[in-house]
Design a binder for this molecule. Structure first.
Ligand SMILES: NC(=O)c1ccc[n+]([C@@H]2O[C@H](COP(=O)([O-])OP(=O)(O)OC[C@H]3O[C@@H](n4cnc5c(N)ncnc54)[C@H](O)[C@@H]3O)[C@@H](O)[C@H]2O)c1
Ligand SMILES: [Fe+2]
Length: 376
């Protein structure tokens, strides 16, 4: 027996923030970051929570660490809320997930649940059981997973992402693109996850450049926001692969936006997994054929399966270029010699990352080193 699970109640579209009114009369802990507390979205959220008793924990920094979670738990203990509301990108959402999960294990009575309002369209964290917490001691990002980290409600209101500047739209959008593509080929993929991954990638290819170039285009924002959530549901059920393993390992040592790293790594991983550059027409592996099918889904104009894989790789590169993404780490300010010295350690960390088992092609440390060298 296999299972495909969508455990989160998804409220989406214009005015979906109004569903926060269901928390009237409750004690609510908002977990967010110091920037979001000063935005119009926070104003809208507080207006909708007008009848609730609200405490705000706004000390989440990008790529939250163990100390952030401990500080959030202290605020939780002081406020004794009935509900936790996470407001922000993947960082506040992941911090809130860890706080929620630990509080439940300590016997908390969060009877009004865990509600997540993503303000970036990327991590898909609003519908997944994953959280990524940084551990500075081991210079690594630790992906955690637990059923009690799955939000009860996700509110996908395009107003919440409207203020995201183009760079953030690009970074988080390329994270969603990599979720869709990795989930589509991951060992755990199924007809159900394929449906979410395909649709997510189709929506992203069309709407992400529009949202990047026209931040106030709420229609494009909404489609990108929905797509990011769908890509999250795809990987929640299918798993991910070595784009994420490598991204986690680099991100633990060289701080950079997760989606920006994924964007640089993704074309090289497709090449590696598909063997697309290694052999002639008609010789595609089953994994190569899946990438070819995905190419067809996003309208790659090629007449052979191999051409479709190459077209998919080219489309990823073109999309990244349109979003003004760097191609290599050295373009993004990371010194090449310093990075090359770190490659053996990064390759080992990537090999041991939990996403590696989901990759459709087995990898060893030398394969990972070779991919890492390509983005130096
Ligand atoms: N749990 C998962 O399944 C999962 C998946 C992918 C990534 N992640 C994690 O998510 C984190 C990255 O999250 P992210 O890329 O969404 O960004 P983020 O939460 O780290 O936020 C980045 C910056 O953007 C700002 N910001 C957020 N929303 C904004 C808005 N609407 N307008 C203006 N500024 C805004 C924030 O204040 C912050 O300064 C990483 O820690 C990554 O490891 C988790
Ligand atoms: Fe990701």
């Amino acid at each position: 027996m296999r299972q495909f699970r969508v455990a989160t109640d998804i409220r989406y579209g214009h005015d979906s923030l109004s569903s926060l009114r269901q928390l009237a009369g409750q004690r609510v802990l908002i977990v967010t970051d110091s920037f979001m507390t000063r935005t119009k979205v926070m104003e809208l959220v507080l207006r909708e929570l007008g009848q609730a008793q609200v405490t705000v924990f706004d000390q989440v920094s990008p790529n939250p660490d163990v100390d952030t979670v401990v500080a959030g738990l202290e605020r939780y203990a002081a406020a004794q809320p009935d509900a936790i509301v996470a407001l922000g990108g993947g960082s506040p959402i992941d911090a809130a997930k860890a706080i929620h999960s630990i509080a439940l294990r300590q016997g908390a009575d969060l009877r009004s649940g865990f509600i997540v309002i993503p303000t970036t369209s990327g991590s898909g964290s609003e519908g997944t059981s994953y959280a990524v917490i940084s551990d500075h001691a081991s210079q690594s990002k630790i992906p955690l997973t637990s059923d009690d980290m799955i939000p009860n409600v996700a509110i996908l209101d395009p107003e919440a992402v409207r203020t995201a500047p183009p760079k953030l739209t690009a970074d988080s959008g390329m994270d969603a693109v990599s979720h869709a593509i990795e989930a589509y080929v991951a060992v755990g993929h199924s007809d159900f996850s394929d449906a979410f991954a395909e649709k997510a990638l189709q929506l992203l290819c069309v709407n992400l450049p529009v949202a990047f170039e026209n931040p106030d285009n709420l229609q494009a924002r909404e489609r990108v926001h929905n797509a990011a959530c769908m890509a999250g549901l795809a990987f929640e059920n299918a798993g991910l692969g070595i784009v994420h393993s490598i991204s986690h390992s680099i991100g633990g040592v060289f701080p950079m936006a997760h989606g920006r790293l994924n964007s640089m790594i993704l074309p090289h991983v497709i090449e590696f997994n598909a063997g697309a550059l290694g052999f002639g027409p008609g010789a595609l592996t089953p994994v190569g054929r899946r990438y070819a099918h995905l190419g067809l889904m996003v309208d790659v104009k090629a007449t052979t399966p191999r051409g479709r894989v190459l077209g998919l790789i080219e489309d990823c590169r073109k999309l990244a270029a349109r979003l003004k993404m760097p191609v290599r780490l050295s373009d993004a300010g990371i010194a090449k010699d310093e990075f090359l010295r770190a490659v053996p350690k990064l390759a080992h960390a990537a090999l041991n990352d939990r996403c590696t088992v989901g990759n459709p092609v087995p990898v060893d440390v030398h394969d990972l080193e070779a991919i890492l060298m390509k983005i130096a």
